[in-house]
Ligand binder design. Structure first.
Ligand code: FES
Length: 56
């Protein structure tokens, strides 16, 4: 499922970024460019990343 339509970032890519070593929302954002345009996806995307970080 695409979370960020501006940058075409899916929930899978967000989780993968965490798997690959991103240890914060900021790090995932830098890596995927998620939420770097309109910002509408930020709340949902951050929730997904926080969940993924909590499961690490
Ligand atoms: Fe993610 Fe616009 S939908 S920045």
């Amino acid at each position: 499922m695409f979370v960020c339509l501006c940058k075409n970032v899916s929930d899978r890519q967000l989780k993968q970024a965490v798997e690959d070593g991103a240890d914060s929302w900021r790090a995932v954002r830098l890596k995927t460019e998620c939420a770097t345009q309109c910002g509408k996806c930020a709340c949902t995307a951050k929730g997904i990343v926080d969940d993924a970080l909590a499961q690490k």
